[in-house]
Design a protein around this ligand. Structure first.
Ligand code: SF4
Ligand code: ZN
Length: 397
């Protein structure tokens, strides 16, 4: 006998993963949208008149987010201006295709779109980075650069807030990963629906309590146009293990995802634990709890041919950097290397030099060595010292 929808008299066509309710298509759409609306209103996510950038990758989460926010903005008159913001990491055969989906979404949802690329911001594509560093740690570069690229794109679009498609499964995975790493600073932040409230650009997650399975169902039944291929550089083993672990838990206890998020929300950090103090990067002005932000350190490593600088314990790379700088210093002292020195000066400022919040092209003489090139050895050293002094939670990496 056909099963009836729990909310109306129509025939049910699905069982909601989150509640186990048998629902018809329309009641599922309504329940899904209303839950997102409740998340938004409970957390007062939007202010009338704001411009809100939806981080759009063309994948299911951000596509459904753009669609649902457009529906809710009209249904409940939030009064916000929605725009799409995409980052082109420069991954041939993946991001170029997914950006085509975003461009179609722009037409379908009639929203303005801005695309910023790693190449224009950092002078590197992910293809070029992977060529240099291989397939280990590539996601570290990509993740750090993407976070900053989204903010930069948002500033260019003069938006007031960024929303991303992070869903409940993503957040539960992040909680588990931070527990396993003992990363107290991030553990405290990762369940917050909005981060960066203290800065100019808050970031919110309207899908914080939305199950990934339901996002897929919604996209499928609504026939939304999204891109579902995985990134060609996607090892991300650590998150993969956390994901597999949560999937196993879910089989025994379907509420596991929400329970992990609630546990994360309820954790409080002892007063004695020192948490990172947010400041700004001395080089590019981006938010950072260290003298140099992670993106600047990674970029410096790439530009100097020391790509592991800034990744894990990179003592060897740091030694090489110091040796290189010492050699340059000797050459400069002997007065035979004025051209090379200038090259290094231009090199050291890198792409980000032009983005600096201070005077962009002013080269400062390094205080720690005599290379005269505005080298970063002192600041990098300070980061290392800070790392030894404090627990990993202090490092904004
Ligand atoms: Fe970037 Fe890694 Fe994601 Fe690919 S899988 S888009 S390389 S973070
Ligand atoms: Zn920086």
């Amino acid at each position: 006998m056909p099963v009836k929808c729990n909310l109306c008299d129509s025939g049910a066509i699905l069982k909601r993963p989150k509640t186990g309710d048998a629902l018809c298509k329309n009641c599922f759409y309504f329940a899904f949208e209303e839950e997102v609306h409740k998340t938004i209103t409970d957390a007062n996510l939007f202010v009338r008149g704001e411009t809100v950038a939806i981080g759009a990758s063309g994948g299911k989460d951000s596509t459904v987010l753009a669609y649902v926010l457009k529906v809710l903005n009209q249904r409940y008159d939030y009064g916000v201006n929605l725009v799409l913001l995409s980052v082109d990491e420069g991954i041939t055969g993946y991001r170029d295709d997914s950006l085509e989906t975003v461009k179609r979404n722009q037409q379908q949802y009639e929203l303005p779109l801005k695309i910023v690329s790693y190449e224009e911001l950092y002078g590197w594509t992910m293809d070029a980075i992977v060529k240099q560093i291989g397939l280990k740690n590539n996601c570290t570069f990509c993740g750090v650069f993407r976070r900053q690229a989204l903010d930069r794109g948002a500033l260019l679009m003069k938006v007031d807030r960024i929303v991303t498609g992070h869903n409940a499964d993503d957040i539960a995975e992040t909680v588990i990963m931070n527990v396993l790493r003992g990363d107290i600073g991030r553990l405290q932040r990762c369940t917050a629906i909005t981060t960066g409230n203290e800065g100019a650009l808050p970031r919110s997650k309207p899908f914080k309590y939305t199950y990934e399975k339901e996002i897929v169902m919604y996209a499928y039944f609504k026939k939304l146009d999204y891109f579902s291929t995985e990134c060609i550089y996607s090892p991300n083993a650590y998150r993969g293990f956390a994901r597999a672990y949560i999937k196993d838990l879910e089989k025994i206890r379907p509420r596991a995802i929400i329970d992990i998020i609630h546990s994360g929300e309820s954790l409080s950090v002892k007063k004695a634990v020192k948490l990172p103090v947010q400041g700004t990067c001395e080089r590019c002005g981006y938010i950072s709890s260290n003298p140099l932000c992670k993106a600047c350190i990674l970029l410096e490593g790439l530009n100097r041919g020391l790509p592991r600088l800034g990744i894990g314990k990179s003592h060897k790379e740091r030694r090489k950097l110091n040796e290189m700088l010492a050699q340059k210093s000797e050459a400069t002292d002997s007065g035979t290397n004025s051209e090379t020195s200038k090259e290094t000066t231009d090199d050291a400022s890198g792409t980000l030099g032009t983005e600096s919040s201070g005077s962009p092209n002013t080269k400062q003489k390094c205080e720690n060595c005599t290379c005269g090139s505005g080298c970063l050895s002192d600041k990098l050293e300070k980061v290392q010292l800070d790392r030894r002094k404090i627990d990993p939670a202090m490092i904004d990496f």
